[in-house]
Design a protein around this ligand. Structure first.
Ligand code: HEC
Length: 144
């Protein structure tokens, strides 16, 4: 029987190819905020309730390579897979890392990046705590 759960990876790729076709070149500047202007200042202030610890970074690494499916589009080294239509992010880019607050990254995990292949992650495949952990892990790519 066709199982939606087992074929999640396939669905991700299908959704990505549909969304990328009509939205080519949307949000081309990687440094431009992804959070809508009206709520940007407020979302930038949102802080993780969890301290940064080696255990949480490790838990975040497991989410990235496992249930979060992040590695599918963001690659093992965080530089990103060359996706059709809209590139994913280069997490090793120190300028980008410094521009974004954790709150902005959480907004993207909860809302996706509308008009791109970045899907909603928190509330679908991962919960909020896993989201904060994976943000801690993404921070470790900086400058690598
Ligand atoms: C289906 C492909 C796909 C998957 C799966 C995916 N992403 Fe993304 N992600 C993207 C794309 C494409 C972008 C670029 C979007 C943009 O430029 O606005 C992106 C951008 C991002 C950004 C940068 C947003 C910003 O403000 O610049 C973060 C952070 C991110 N993803 C985290 C994650 C995490 C964490 C996971 C796993 C829990 C994940 N992504 C899973 C495709 C994906």
């Amino acid at each position: 029987m066709f199982s939606l759960k087992k074929n999640k990876r396939v669905w991700v790729v299908i959704c990505l190819s549909i969304s990328s076709q009509s939205t080519f070149a949307f949000h081309k500047d990687v440094y431009e905020p992804r959070v809508p202007k009206a709520i940007l200042a407020q979302e930038q202030q949102v802080k993780s309730p969890y301290p940064v610890t080696p255990e949480r970074i490790e838990a975040g690494r497991k989410v990235y390579f496992g249930v979060g499916f992040c590695v599918t589009c963001h690659s093992k080294d965080g530089t990103g897979v060359n996706l059709p239509g809209h590139p994913s992010r280069d997490f090793t880019d120190a300028k980008w890392q410094k521009l974004r607050t954790d709150g902005e990254l959480m907004w993207v995990l909860k809302n996706g990046s509308p008009g791109t292949g970045m899907p909603i992650r928190v509330g679908t495949d991962i919960n909020e705590e896993e989201g904060w952990n994976v943000i801690q892990f993404i921070r470790t790519f900086e400058g690598k």
